[in-house]
Ligand binder design. Structure first.
Ligand SMILES: [Fe+2]
Length: 297
């Protein structure tokens, strides 16, 4: 299938993009909901391809409240095609990871969108992409995804139904919270408390088909679907610089422990790169130590 031009796929104010990229969430318009690969029959066919790959999907219940801890919500043993069939009767959130592995239309879309956003940010300026992947979120009506943050740069597209997306800029996370997360070498789901956030920083996007927004790395969020089934698409990426940011925060965790008041990432390029290279070694070792301790316990 021929995609429309990259400019038609994602329509955004260039000045807004340049100014707010990876620091503040901002909205845009898109064309994805009109593409054949996102129509209900195509989605059902895609879900059918996931059955044998449990590492590529995650199915869970709706959270009772936005402040519920992420992994306190039970996962469901169903397969994607079963979950899809029961969406109307059993409150469910389904994540289909990396559809580009299963259908080349998703691969073409991902490449086209990625080129578009790299052009919008003014090129990668020497940064190397270390991960680029997309995902589909298919949820029941009135389903809640609880508050958390993700260590990756996100562009989010509403395809079907409505979604109310509550998102804060990364500055809403305290630096010690980020350090605690990155020091564990985790790659997904930063758990933070909703009650202690500064509510005045919250952006609410009332997403409907054709609307989307950019979510910076570490921007915490919670999400509520509307009165009908919701389908969303997102793609995320990490660069060597976005990963280094995590390692710098991890280094600062240790510096703080020994009584030093470290500089936040970005304040000093020289000490940033020293911290990042030290932690390239320390974080994996720490992760291995924690794993072994857990085995002994
Ligand atoms: Fe998330």
């Amino acid at each position: 299938m021929m995609l429309p031009s990259a400019n038609e796929l994602l329509v955004v104010d260039r000045a807004v993009y340049t100014n707010a990229f990876n620091t503040k969430p901002f909205g845009f318009e898109h064309y994805l909901h009109r593409l054949p690969m996102f129509q209900p029959d195509a989605l059902a066919a895609l879900a059918g391809k996931y059955g044998a790959e449990p590492g590529d999907y995650y199915i869970s219940q709706s959270a009772p409240t936005p402040g519920t801890r992420f992994f306190d919500v039970k996962s469901k043993p169903s397969k994607p095609d079963e979950a899809l069939a029961m969406l109307a009767t059993s409150p469910t959130r389904m994540l289909l990871k990396r559809p580009e592995k299963y259908d080349s239309a998703y691969r073409d879309l991902l490449n086209t969108l990625f080129e578009r956003v790299v052009e919008l940010r003014g090129g990668l300026n020497g940064e190397k992409v270390v991960r680029l992947e997309s995902a589909l979120f298919i949820s029941s009506a009135s389903a809640t995804t609880p508050f958390h943050f993700d260590p990756e740069i996100n562009h989010f597209f509403q395809i079907e139904g409505g979604k109310q997306y509550h998102v804060y800029p990364p500055s809403a996370i305290r630096v010690e919270e980020l350090e605690d997360f990155y020091v564990e070498g985790k790659i997904e789901i930063g758990q933070v408390d909703l009650r202690t956030r500064d509510k005045s920083l919250e952006h609410v996007f009332n997403l409907m088909p054709g609307r989307g927004f950019h979510q910076p790395q570490d921007a915490p969020h919670w999400v509520q679907t509307g009165g009908e089934r919701s389908v969303s698409y997102a793609f995320v990426y990490e660069t060597n610089a976005s990963r280094a940011r995590g390692r710098i925060l991890a280094a600062n965790h240790y510096l703080r422990k020994i009584g030093v008041h470290p500089q936040d990432p970005g304040a000093n390029a020289g000490s940033d790169s020293a911290k990042a290279s030290v932690m390239k070694v320390v974080v994996p070792v720490r992760r291995r130590i924690v794993r072994n301790l857990n085995r002994i316990r």
